[in-house]
Design a protein around this ligand. Structure first.
Ligand code: NAD
Ligand code: ZN
Ligand code: ZN
Length: 336
């Protein structure tokens, strides 16, 4: 099978011919149909974060495909079923986080396309318990971006506890942002979109944002204040400066939801402002299998739209360069 493999950080991925993996105990073999390209795959290939993947590895954690083979002891999934392969590739099921519904905090977790080989390959092996069924009526090309971009932003807005009277500012209208705008609306907020490309701001408006601010042309903090300030600010652009702008745009009682994962880890936030103005700073990491089921249900009922462009696995390097440069309107999806 063909697989896109990271063999050295910061270098092009190599398209290699590899043996189709065998599903072990509790695992299933999935023939990939589609896999979205998340900016996290670019951070992984660059080795941007303090905890790095072990080389060589196959990125890709928005994988959608059909189960072709069951490993020993698999009873929950069947051959022929369409499943999603998300970032959370394994969690222990026994620790306090797994038990209280916060499996994405499990200390024994494994992450697809990072600590386990991912879905930028014609086949992938996944733990059967973490292969999430894709409901009828959702195409593989739509299901792929929902599996990380959708899941992550749905959860980020869920933990923000938006009231219908509140304004939500979304910083970064890329793969994640185009879905964040839609969930912000679904959860009842009014949405302000911030990006540095006019095409993305227009897309955000088409998807329900009331205002668009080009941060290259105007100071987004002043512009958001002019609109009455943000009660929730979600950061989806990988730059500490954007986190600081999002923080500064908050009203009293506001929540800063940290989602993007820049290589540079430090932001500067005023303790005084945080205390006196009653602000919350919340980190949000992907979502649970239940959150993904909810994301799929919303899409199956026609409440969300996916904006994505198809690419082939052979185009993985140019695709990563296109996403990194901001040339892509929302998401790229590798189709097999
Ligand atoms: P993307 O490249 O598709 O989108 C980023 C967007 O930010 C682009 O539209 C870009 O134009 C915009 N942008 C760049 N600079 C900006 C600025 N100064 N102000 C406003 N907007 C600006 O990336 P993505 O796939 O949507 O991922 C976004 C980030 O979220 C990445 O860092 C990724 O690793 C991270 N991520 C986190 C989680 C999580 O669970 N916390 C999950 C998935 C992705
Ligand atoms: Zn992702
Ligand atoms: Zn656990």
């Amino acid at each position: 099978m063909k697989a896109a493999v990271v063999t050295a950080f910061g270098e092009s991925l190599q398209i290699l011919d590899r043996a189709i993996p065998e599903p072990g105990q509790g695992e299933v073999l999935v023939r990939m149909e589609a896999c979205g390209l998340c900016h996290t795959d670019i951070h992984a290939a660059q080795g941007d974060w303090p905890v790095k993947p072990t080389l060589p590895f196959v990125p890709g954690h928005e994988g959608i495909g059909i189960i072709e083979k069951l490993g020993a002891g698999v009873s929950a999934r069947v051959i022929g079923e369409r499943v999603a392969i998300a970032w959370l590739g394994y969690a222990c099921g026994e620790c306090r986080f797994c038990i209280d519904g916060r499996e994405t905090l499990c200390e024994l977790q494994q992450n697809t396309g990072y600590s386990r080989d991912g879905a930028f390959a014609e086949y992938a092996v996944v733990n059967a318990r973490f292969a999430v069924p894709v409901p009828e009526g959702i195409s593989p090309a739509d299901a792929a971006p929902l599996t990380c971009a959708g899941l992550t932003t749905y959860k980020a807005l869920k933990v923000a506890h938006i009231a219908p009277t509140e304004r939500v500012a979304i910083f970064g209208i890329g793969g994640l942002g185009h879905l964040a705008v839609q969930y912000g609306r679904i959860m009842g907020g009014s949405v302000i979109a911030v990006d540095i490309e006019d095409s993305k701001l227009q897309l955000a408006k088409d998807l329900g944002a009331e205002h668009g601010i080009n941060a290259r042309e105007a100071d987004p903090v002043a512009a958001i204040k002019d609109l009455g300030g943000a009660d929730v600010a979600v950061v989806l652009a990988a730059s500490p400066r954007v986190f600081e702008q999002a923080f500064a745009s908050l009203n009293r009682g506001g929540r800063l939801i940290c989602v993007a994962l820049p290589a540079d880890q430090q932001m500067s936030i005023s303790i005084f402002e945080t205390v006196i103005r009653g602000l919350s700073i919340i980190g949000s990491i992907v979502g649970t299998r239940q959150d993904l089921a909810e994301v799929f249900a919303l899409h199956a009922s026609g409440r969300t739209r996916i904006i994505a462009e198809p690419r082939s696995l052979d185009q993985i390097n140019e695709s990563m360069a296109d996403v990194a440069s901001g040339r892509i309107l929302a998401r790229l999806v590798i189709e097999y």
